[in-house]
Design a protein around this ligand. Sequence first.
Ligand code: NAP
Ligand code: MG
Length: 403
Amino acid sequence: MAKIQMKTPLVEMDGDEMTRVIWKMIKDKLLLPYIDLKTEYYDLGLVKRNETNDQITIDSANATKKYGVAVKCATITPNAQRMTEYNLKEMWKSPNGTIRAILDGTVFRAPIIVKGINSLIPTWTKPITIARHAYGDVYKNSEMKVKDGSKAELVVTDKDGNETRQLIHEFKGSDGIIQGLHNINESIASFARSCFNFALDTKQTIWFATKDTISKQYDHTFKDIFAEIFETEYKTKFAEAGIEYFYTLIDDAVARVIRSEGGYIWACKNYDGDVMSDMVATAFGSLGMMTSVLVSPSGVYEYEAAHGTVTRHYYKHLKGEETSTNSVATIFAWTGALKKRGELDGTPELTEFAKKLEAATIKTIEDGVMTGDLYVLSTLPGKRKVNTEQFLDEINERLKATV
Ligand code: NAP
Ligand code: MG
């Protein structure tokens, strides 16, 4: 059989630990036999990042801007313990943070749903995709402890030196605390555009919610920017695609999400996204089934698994012990990138292949063959636990039958 040809390369960002092991297995078993794989390879493994003073991360993000589509393996974000483990020159920043800052993107997380792994919320039968605004609010706050008898004010000095003041609170009878938050209209607008583009891309309705009734300037600005961009740039396209933009209050959104069947994108302010993405991910089951894609407002895509490098399994692997690590989210990172590449390049064979690989992966689990994390969750009667490598071989058996 002739291999599928690619027109434009994908940016390939390799990573660390168990996911690096899986990365190579996926390529060797499921991609290279079928595709004449063209990638521009960047090794974002911690060793290489340290060697290049993290320049490799910046280069990979710039290449993503150039080619439009990247696929990323999970990477270590160094902490004190990694400093000694890898003998690092510096505590390098999170590659995801660096890449996100360069691409100015929004992260969308969606669970992969299979029969036999049921959501903890029985009504959730379709995926709920969470989009988290990744700038500002409490994550870039300024805060103080305040002594009794103090007066706290908001003071804004404009470019001509004029001051505007507003009382926050006069502390009488007790010490207290204050916090200053900010956001930037341009960042909110980028977030809105990424969300609307992704909704069109995936043909899903999008929900957005804030507390605009209480926060009449701050949260209301989010609501207004979303509304204006939707009205002027997306309303017609949404109508053509048969999808909707739905705005409500955050507490109403939470109630509706719980009662829903899923199948939409939920755009969240930074803090809401932090909290709700963990809730939604937990309800849908394993971290190994959660995908993630960074979408920039200009239409650049970076696909990855939502989980980390699965360190505990890697240490077992290094000792020669058997592992049963779930490769599904990493496979779907590849298929997401290949589908997008096929779409952008006009190479439907590539997109079709990626869909077949996804179908073979889901079929494997629905046939009862799965890794340990799913084995403990699955309700299928004849389920069977396999190791990391066997799982990929089982997928390949099913893939072979369809290509
Ligand atoms: P993790 O790698 O996501 O793993 C946490 C635990 O979740 C694992 O020990 C395992 O549980 C389970 N798990 C996660 N993915 C799994 C999979 N594919 N198959 C089976 N089980 C899976 O998170 P972590 O241990 O907190 O972080 C490890 C490293 O990853 C850190 O250095 C962190 O900086 C990095 N990280 C990177 C990214 C990224 O690149 N996007 C994201 C998060 C973390 P059991 O051990 O109970 O089996
Ligand atoms: Mg969180």
